[in-house]
Design a protein around this ligand. Structure first.
Ligand SMILES: NC(=O)c1ccc[n+]([C@@H]2O[C@H](COP(=O)([O-])OP(=O)(O)OC[C@H]3O[C@@H](n4cnc5c(N)ncnc54)[C@H](O)[C@@H]3O)[C@@H](O)[C@H]2O)c1
Ligand SMILES: N[C@H](C(=O)O)[C@H](O)COP(=O)(O)O
Length: 336
């Protein structure tokens, strides 16, 4: 079956339109449908001197394999014209409209997966719409109580126990209930989406040196370790809580299928240092498949021909791989 992947083109003043057009230049074993303003994409292609023909996509039309240098666009109108690099909060609703269309299409089966180009969280909030990130927005719009953000390269996967919240709010958000849900989702999605049976998960501590036996914080002793022990008894393969500074050592990198960091900037700098531009962001625990780039809107590069589309291409490939894995599992389930 040919998969149809919706690509939300992200913040219109950023590099989302640019990298979508760049990725459209190559063949894909899927149908790609960009969700964004068709005229914006035409103008950006002209500015970047990319020979990509923008074609109208109508919802429900038969799926056809992506043709290089063509881009099917489900036209979603901007509120106001865009200057690359210049944010305009009047276009914030447009950005959310593109996400809503992709989510609805994934839920009703029109799309097999969605792949998101970066959005500028600040300008959406400036428009008066509270917005923490795609991860939280997707959870809310799909009525999913708990999701997990995971970024992955070919050789390293880092998931987060907490996502976009101020550092001062992190300790209170690390509860046994939340950690337990996160670890169950991580365990189950590493198996179902990545084919890793009985995945080994290395869990980081919250405090320096994982609390140094309680002298540098007690969350490891009071919250994390007892929970890990309980989950081990339920069969999860868990290591930790590990001191975060030494957790990413060669032996642990060899052993662990994924790392769980307690907060955004504990885990993501390591991952992005290891593979910025090649990593992808996957939301685990959703009823739909969503992958994304590992970078932001790069306003400084919009319309300038210097942005790389590597991470978007990886994100599209990641979605295709997850879907083929899901299909294999469904096939096996039918045979068994
Ligand atoms: N998936 C997403 O929607 C997503 C992800 C990360 C950040 N953001 C948002 O993006 C905005 C800007 O964030 P930031 O400045 O921290 O990060 P950024 O990734 O936009 O930029 C960091 C640096 O990396 C460079 N860069 C980024 N993407 C690149 C690419 N594809 N090719 C070449 N160079 C690239 C930029 O030019 C800049 O120098 C923020 O609002 C942030 O929340 C969104
Ligand atoms: N935390 C992500 C990163 O650093 O790459 C980024 O902010 C995107 O998050 P969402 O996918 O939730 O928008």
């Amino acid at each position: 079956m040919l998969n149809t992947i919706a690509i939300t083109t992200g913040e219109p003043a950023g590099i989302g339109p640019d990298i979508t057009l760049m990725a459209a230049q190559q063949p894909w074993d899927a149908q790609l449908v960009a969700i964004g303003d068709a005229e914006l994409l035409r103008q950006r292609a002209q500015l970047l001197q990319l020979d990509v023909s923008i074609e109208d996509y109508q919802p429900g039309q038969a799926a056809t394999r992506h043709r290089p240098n063509h881009l099917a666009v489900l036209h979603t109108p901007l509120a106001e014209p865009v200057t690359p690099g210049k944010l305009n909060s009047n276009n914030a609703r447009y950005v959310l409209n593109t996400l809503d269309i992709a989510i609805a299409g994934c839920l009703d089966g029109s799309f097999s997966a969605m792949c998101t180009a970066p959005v500028q969280k600040s300008v959406i909030n400036d428009a008066g719409i509270p917005f923490s990130g795609h991860t939280e927005y997707l959870a809310e719009k799909t009525d999913t109580e708990h999701v997990v953000m995971m970024l992955a390269t070919e050789s390293l996967r880092v998931a987060l126990a907490t996502t976009h919240l101020p550092l001062s709010a992190v300790p209170a958000a690390i509860t046994q209930e939340s950690l337990s849900r996160t670890l169950h989702i991580l365990h189950s999605d590493l198996t179902s989406k990545f084919g890793t049976a009985n995945p080994c998960i290395a869990v980081l501590g919250l405090n320096p040196h994982a609390g140094e036996g309680g002298h540098l914080g007690r969350e490891e002793i009071e919250v994390i370790e007892p929970l890990l022990q309980k989950l081990r008894e339920q069969g999860l393969n868990l290591i930790g809580p590990l001191p975060a500074d030494t957790a990413f050592n060669p032996s642990m990198l060899e052993q662990a299928d994924a790392f769980l960091a307690m907060y955004h900037d504990q885990g993501l700098p390591v991952l992005k240092y290891a593979g910025f531009g090649e990593a992808i962001n996957i939301t685990l625990g959703l009823p739909i498949v969503r992958t994304s780039v590992d970078h932001g809107t790069a306003l400084d590069l919009a319309g300038a021909s210097t942005a790389s589309d590597d991470s978007l291409r990886q994100a599209i490939n990641g979605a295709i791989k997850i879907m083929s894995h899901n299909n294999r599992i469904k096939g096996n389930a039918t045979i068994n």
